[in-house]
Design a protein around this ligand. Structure first.
Ligand code: SIN
Ligand code: FE2
Length: 217
């Protein structure tokens, strides 16, 4: 068998799937780090627990969130913003572990965006039924830097649209370890996540965790 020749030699290069100019899906890119990533997330959420935030319109989000890094994304009745302090604890967000920062930097480079220095990591937790409506990531000061999104746990349907809300969105299945990077001409693309289907993941149970790395300031 030809495949045996490669066993134990080298991990094959990640499969890259271009989604649009400036947007790339890296299949399984985060898988080699899964154990360390989950340990890091457990430590972060022990300090800054997941919470379901309130939108400026007064709705409670179905996705539970927390952050690590110098800045965290928050929403409440007064709007969306990046804040260096966790409003629940009054303390700075937990530090971004080097492993996470490096994973984001490496994925960005792989997708054509070298030198990505993330200063904010939003951690999203989806339980079955949770979803994220189509939106743009536009609260960052510098949209010259890409967004790097890491999927863990249950698979989800990622919606990736265009620069207008009404542009038809592509649907991509994101599985455990998949990483999506969008920047350049795709940086302000509308995107979202369809309601999470029920299921059971070997490491995460009936949950999906997504990390999105940004350059906020
Ligand atoms: C986000 O847009 O912040 C989250 C995307 C995802 O969960 O895949
Ligand atoms: Fe987003």
């Amino acid at each position: 068998m030809t495949a045996d020749l490669f066993d134990g030699l080298e991990t094959p290069a990640p499969a890259r799937e271009p989604l649009a100019p400036g947007a790339m899906l890296l299949r399984g890119f985060a898988r080699p780090d899964e154990v360390e990533l989950l340990a890091a997330i457990a430590a972060i959420t022990a300090q800054a627990p997941f919470r379901r935030m309130i939108t400026p319109g007064g709705h409670q989000m179905s996705v539970a969130m927390t952050n690590c890094g110098p800045f965290g994304w928050v929403t409440d009745r007064s709007g969306y913003r990046y804040d260096a302090v966790d409003p629940e604890s009054g303390q700075p967000w937990p530090a971004m572990p080097p492993l996470l920062r490096e994973l984001a930097e490496n994925a960005a480079r792989e997708a054509g965006f070298p030198g990505f220095a993330s200063d904010a990591c939003l951690i999203n937790r989806y339980e079955p039924g949770a979803k994220m409506s189509l939106h743009q990531d536009r609260d960052e000061r510098d949209v010259g830097a890409p967004i790097v999104s890491v999927s863990l746990g249950l698979p989800a349907t990622f919606l990736f649209g265009g620069l207008k809300r009404t542009d038809k969105a592509q649907r991509h299945r994101l599985a455990h370890g998949d990483v999506v990077v969008w920047g350049g001409p795709a940086r302000l693309a509308f995107h979202g996540v369809a309601p999470l289907a029920d299921g059971e993941h070997a490491l995460l149970g009936s949950r999906r965790i997504n990390l999105t790395f940004r350059r906020a300031r």
